[in-house]
Structure formats: structure tokens, C-alpha cells
Write a protein that binds this ligand. Structure first.
Ligand code: ACO
Length: 322
């Protein structure tokens, strides 16, 4: 059997730290409220002129370095992002130009916060099918661009960043299974209106902000993530105790704790970065993975459960033997 395995991970966060104290000066909020309701203490925001491709390139180069492979040897690039610098070309094509991996397929996957898990699922299938030997999979978002900085319900939640993995063909897993889902009926709970307008007219201005009914999103997210944990374990005939590390999407510490409880996992086995990263959307899962690989918590052979939930609604998971 052919599988894909993670050969290297990388991550990048912009330099600028935005603290809760600074947000207190922008909107009617408090450090205590943000910490208690979300677990977030600070987040990073991209510098003016620093785009999603810039974030993606930094993370990608670190992953390639960790895998000890040359950028030109990559034969597939998939980027999960909802904040492309341009409507086209895709972030993946722009990243390919920077890396010099010319000729290989390169495309974006748009699944909001589930973007990386979707991208990983797609790239894994290319490798398993024999269509790629070495894939670069990136989750990158500059969500700060989509925020109304006068809306306290959303502006305290998000941060910018990028994470990446290099996948390589292998005789052993690797990526054991991926599980991807969507339910488009929930659009009204979480969306950004702007886009190419339907009918006449030019690109819309002034409506390019994240609109979220947070409380309702929260309830569906908890329910859905619990289901996907069950689905992933039962697809592989595994017990809860077989998972070494939970690497969840970092939207809210209360959602993460609820999923960990469902898995009967102590929080010491859960990678948490939401406190310092905020919700970095498609970047959150690969960034958390990279942090725990680099600090030595995650070791070769460990069994990882990656999961995410986001706009669409989309949700997904990956069971990984690191
Ligand atoms: N500071 C102070 N008060 C606030 C703030 C804030 N930043 N934001 C909201 N409030 C107020 C509300 O106005 C409300 O006040 P009211 O009771 O007077 O009406 C009160 O706090 C409670 O509001 P809720 O929305 O019920 O608060 P909740 O505990 O649900 O927390 C939060 C809000 C943090 C947004 C939470 O619902 C959440 O995390 N939701 C899920 C977000 C998520 O998972 N998104 C997934 C992916 S994101 C993506 O795909 C782009």
C-alpha cells in the first residue's frame, strides 16, 4: 500500500503582537472577558503589506528545511486559505513562483478554519493515488483583513499566521485516514459577504467583514467535533486511549476542552496555542502541530488526532501516525 507521511513541519507568525489590553482601547471589552470566554491572551497581526503569500512562504520554507528537501523537488502544492492576496492567481500559484517548484499542480482549497485539514486530505489522496511523491500542504490566513475592528464580537477572536507540512510517499502511514464534511445550510451563522457581485456592478466595498452568530456557531461546533472524533476512531477501530495527542482547531479554549473531555484526554495531551495565537483560521492546526513537534512533545510514532471546524460549515479530521 502507498501512504503519505509527514516529513517536516513549519510555522510562521507575524511579529506584531496584539494584546487584549490594546483591544480594550478599541472596543468595549476586557482582558478578563476575552480570557474567560475564549482563552485568548494575545494574537499576531500581519504588518501592512504583509500578505497571505508572505506568511505561507515563511512557513513553507521552514517545513521544507525541517524535511531537508529542496523546494524544487515538490510536485504538488495545496494551500488552505480564505484570505488570498488576489482573487486570482491562487495563493498556491504565487507561493510556487516564490519557491521555484515550477510545473507542478498548485491550487487553493477554501474551507475557512477547516482549510488545512481539507488541504491535507486532498494532498494525501494525490500521494496515495501515485499522482504526487512530495506535497507541500499549507494553511495560511490573514484574517485581520476581514475584521471590523469596531465589532467586539469578532475582532477579539482572530489572528494571522501560517503553518505547513511536507508530505512524502511512504510504505507505511503516515496519514492513516482523513474525514471531510460540509453543510452549506449554516451560511447565515458565519460568513463574509464581499466577493464578485452577483449581477452587475463591481467588487463590493464595506461588506468584507466577518459576520458571526458566535453563540450558535459555538453550539454546532461542539456537537459536530464530538461526532467527528467518534467517526475517526471507529473508522480505524481505535479506542479513545489509543490517541497520544489531540491537535484541535484553536478557536476557543472551551470548545477544545469539551472535545478533550469527550476523548477522555487530559489537557496535558492536548496542544493548545489559542492563548498566544488566537484563531488563525486555516493556519491554526498546522501551527499547533509545528509548535508541539519543535518543542519535543510530539515524537515520531505518536498517534495524532487533528480536527477543525469552520465557516461553510465545514469540518474535518485526520488521524496521523507522526
Ligand atoms: N467583550 C465583552 N463582551 C462581549 C464581547 C467582547 N469581546 N463579545 C460579546 N460580548 C457580549 C455579548 O454582547 C453578550 O452580551 P449580552 O448578554 O449583553 O447580550 C455577552 O457577551 C455574551 O455573548 P455570547 O455571544 O453569548 O458569548 P459566548 O460565551 O458565546 O462567547 C464567543 C462568544 C467567544 C464568540 C463564542 O461564542 C465562540 O467562541 N463561538 C465560536 C466561534 C468559532 O468557533 N468559530 C469557528 C470557526 S471561525 C471561522 O471559521 C472563520
Amino acid at each position: 500500500m502507498t501512504y503519505s507521511r509527514i516529513a517536516g513541519t513549519g510555522g510562521y507568525l507575524p511579529e506584531r503582537v496584539l494584546t487584549n489590553a490594546e483591544l480594550e482601547r478599541l472596543v468595549d471589552t476586557s482582558d478578563a472577558w476575552i480570557r474567560e470566554r475564549t482563552g485568548i491572551a494575545e494574537r499576531r497581526v500581519a504588518a501592512p503589506g504583509e500578505g497571505t503569500t508572505d506568511l505561507a512562504e515563511r512557513a513553507a520554507r521552514r517545513a521544507l528545511e525541517a524535511a531537508d528537501v529542496a523546494p524544487e523537488s515538490v510536485d504538488l502544492i495545496v494551500v488552505g486559505t480564505t484570505t488570498p492576496d488576489r482573487i486570482y492567481p491562487s495563493t498556491a500559484c504565487r507561493l510556487q513562483a516564490r519557491l521555484g517548484a515550477f510545473g507542478c499542480p498548485a491550487f487553493d482549497v477554501q474551507a475557512v478554519c477547516t482549510g488545512f485539514v481539507y488541504a491535507l486530505g486532498v494532498a494525501d489522496k494525490f500521494v496515495r493515488a501515485g499522482s504526487a511523491r512530495r506535497a507541500l500542504v499549507v494553511g495560511a490566513d490573514r484574517h485581520s483583513h476581514l475584521l471590523d475592528w469596531s465589532d467586539r464580537g469578532t475582532c477579539v477572536l482572530f489572528g494571522d499566521g501560517a503553518g505547513a507540512v511536507v508530505l512524502e510517499r511512504s510504505d507505511e502511514p503516515g496519514i492513516v485516514s482523513t474525514h471531510l464534511h460540509a453543510d452549506g445550510r449554516y451560511e447565515d451563522l458565519l460568513y463574509v459577504e464581499g466577493g464578485t457581485p452577483i449581477g452587475n456592478g463591481r467588487l463590493s466595498e464595506g461588506n468584507a467583514y466577518t459576520q458571526m452568530r458566535g453563540n450558535e456557531v459555538f453550539r454546532v461546533a461542539v456537537r459536530t467535533l464530538m461526532r467527528i472524533v467518534d467517526e475517526t476512531l471507529s473508522a480505524n477501530g481505535l479506542a479513545k486511549s489509543d490517541v497520544d495527542w489531540l491537535i484541535p482547531h484553536q478557536a476557543n479554549i472551551r470548545i477544545i476542552e469539551a472535545t478533550a473531555r469527550k476523548l477522555e484526554m487530559p489537557m496535558e495531551r492536548v496542544v493548545v496555542t489559542v492563548d498566544h495565537h488566537g484563531n488563525t483560521s486555516a493556519a491554526s492546526v498546522p501551527l499547533a502541530l509545528d509548535v508541539a513537534v519543535r518543542d519535543g512533545r510530539i515524537k515520531r510514532g505518536d498517534r495524532l488526532l487533528l480536527e477543525a471546524f469552520g465557516g461553510g460549515f465545514t469540518w474535518g479530521s485526520a488521524l496521523v501516525r507522526y
